[in-house]
Ligand binder design. Sequence first.
Ligand SMILES: C[S@@+](CC[C@H](N)C(=O)[O-])C[C@H]1O[C@@H](n2cnc3c(N)ncnc32)[C@H](O)[C@@H]1O
Length: 228
Amino acid sequence: MGAKFAITDGTLRIGSLSLELSADRPWDAWRTKEGGSLLINKEEQLLRDLDTFFANRHFKPHNVFELGIWDGGSTAFWFEYFEPTKLVAVDSLDRADDLSFSRYIRQRRASSRLKTYWNTDQADRAQIEEIVTREFDQPLDLIIDDASHELQATSASFDTLFPRLSSDGIYVIEDWRWEVYPWFREPDHPWADRAGLVKMVKRLVDAAATGEVKELMVSPRFVAAVHP
Ligand SMILES: C[S@@+](CC[C@H](N)C(=O)[O-])C[C@H]1O[C@@H](n2cnc3c(N)ncnc32)[C@H](O)[C@@H]1O
């Protein structure tokens, strides 16, 4: 099956969208970018691996929740990719939607189906719970966590959101094994003292053993836990 998107020379095209693959750019590249394209902070291989995973399962989620917006490229991408009933995304950054993101929402006439919440920490269980309750009257079918990649915050979101999934709903955590790369542990790296997600994935293996997680897919670039 062919991918729903095409990538050439660092540009991803899906539907009417054109996104700039920006995994190698500085964390604040959205502040200084030139041109109107939204940035997506993912490597091509991760997108291809996720596409293969979802396509093989013929997965068609209606209600989608995303942790980690950054410039909005991934949020618009998932909206185009799944064409869900609703997609809500949160991020702890103190910023507003990029102009191109707002334009995309207007063009798609999607203001009631595609929503962002800034200044929202994934570790704030009460706030996350409140947003999900306000925005969704049905269980979630897909949660994609590409936010802090830090153990405590990622666990807090998982503990809040995993029970909100439908049966066979999927919880994806991206880039979970960053701590095995030595450069993240160099003293001047901002993540040098950050607790990583390997421990979290081991916990998911335990949950798969007890049946709290129905299926677990652990691949180098992401992990996916299926709700019973
Ligand atoms: C690697 S970027 C990825 C964003 C987007 N999913 C993409 O692919 O372009 C991670 C984002 O997570 C956000 N983030 C980091 N820690 C967070 C937290 N504790 N709660 C919510 N968002 C957080 C950052 O502000 C950043 O925008």
